[in-house]
Design a protein around this ligand. Structure first.
Ligand code: SF4
Length: 383
């Protein structure tokens, strides 16, 4: 079933319903209406801090569920309840159980057919694998003791390890929202349908330019653009949610290119677009790739415009981590998210590598170390 992007009044009505749901949930735990209202106000304040002055007026409707973004469990799923309880617990502990993490990124393989200009796993690509399926399950089982809402499989290219992906999906038994971060490689019709049937919820597909030649040059593979376009179409037809992920380089950080990119994203019928800022790590290490203040301001304007203006109501929702991180701090770094690299080591996020393992796989200690260090770039989240 195709996605529907809801806008304006429909979203307003939905928001009222959701606030009522949160109030009832808080009331059932705190047993005091004043505390429940304060809990609800706390959540509204966090949302405003995260999303900025203008409220995002869009929602994605897909197969009976409503999505704010690709990283938040859909309303009104069991995992959404965990998500809300976790936030309420930060206001005042409830007697309800929630998952410790919202997102876990897991780089399950070093294998990749591409050579992307910005690859953050560049130093590890196509080396001998360290992880095998047994080790992956061991790590997952350790993390399951803490609980997590979403598992995002990356690499390398996770679609080179399709058999492992099916085994992981079967292990998760739909108790976790599982997504794949892919270049579109191997995402043919048959695989997309099988992945959907095995429980995959969605795919992040990297498309770094709307022009084929520029994208292919950036990805170091002349087939890459076609993999993306075919992969998006196959995923859409299979009923998977699709989020296009774009690394916005200095050259692309201008209004014309961003608008052309968004027009292509709309034409492709994807639910979300993720803006990533280039970081001087991995293949970009030592290079002058960081965006300047004017370019960041432009990205923020485009993010606000497409998510709030009725002229853009049919366009995908834009997700822009830098926007939130500059206002409220970083969600990762063990706060609500973690990254496990291709050696099975825990890290703050895909871009900040510190490899907490050191041969001693005490997961609790590793998590504590990551939380203690916090995000070196944006600081710990303020909530
Ligand atoms: S960014 Fe992803 S697709 Fe590109 S080379 Fe690195 S692992 Fe492969």
């Amino acid at each position: 079933m195709a996605i529907k992007i809801l806008f304006g009044r429909q979203v307003f009505a939905f928001r009222v319903k959701m606030r009522w749901y949160i109030f009832i949930l808080a009331l059932s735990s705190y047993k005091n209406p004043i505390t429940a209202i304060k809990g609800l106000m706390y959540l509204i304040k966090i949302r405003k801090n995260v999303k900025g002055k203008k409220v995002i007026k869009k929602l994605v409707y897909h197969e009976g569920a409503y999505y704010f973004g690709a990283y938040v469990p859909p309303w009104n799923s069991k995992l959404f309840k965990h998500f809300v309880i976790d936030k309420l617990n930060k206001f005042k502990p409830t007697n309800l159980k929630s998952n410790r993490f919202n997102n876990i990124f897991f780089a399950i393989t070093k294998k990749c057919p591409l050579q992307c200009a910005h690859c953050f796993e560049w130093d590890e690509l196509n080396k001998k694998e360290v992880l095998e399926l047994d080790k992956i399950f061991e790590i997952l089982k350790n993390l399951e003791e803490f609980g997590f809402n979403q598992l995002i499989l990356s690499g390398g290219e996770p679609m080179t390890r399709l058999k492992w992906v099916y085994k992981i999906l079967s292990h998760l038994k739909n108790n976790v929202n599982c997504w794949i971060f892919t270049s579109g490689y191997n995402l043919n019709r048959e695989n997309a349908i099988k992945l959907k049937n095995e429980g995959l919820k969605g795919v992040f597909i990297s498309l770094d330019h709307y022009e084929k030649e520029i994208h292919n040059e950036f990805r170091g593979n002349e087939k890459s653009y076609n993999w993306v376009i075919n992969g998006v179409n196959n995923a859409n037809q299979a009923g998977l949610l699709v989020c296009l992920s774009v690394c916005i380089t200095k050259e692309m950080a201008n209004k014309k290119d961003l608008m052309n990119y968004m027009s292509l994203a709309k034409k492709l019928g994807v639910a979300f677009v993720q803006f990533l800022e280039p970081k001087a790590v991995g293949h970009f290490k030592g290079k002058d790739v960081l965006l300047n203040d004017t370019q960041i301001e432009l990205l923020e304007d485009v993010y606000q415009l497409y998510n709030t203006d009725k002229d853009y109501k049919k366009y995908p929702i834009i997700m822009y981590h830098g926007y939130h991180q500059r206002r409220i701090g970083c969600f990762n770094a063990g706060h609500t998210g973690l990254y496990i690299n291709t050696d099975g080591n825990l890290n703050a996020c895909p871009f900040c590598h510190s490899d907490e393992n050191n041969g001693n796989f005490n997961i609790k200690e590793q998590i504590n170390q990551i939380v203690e260090r916090g995000c070196v770039e944006y600081g710990a989240i303020e909530m």
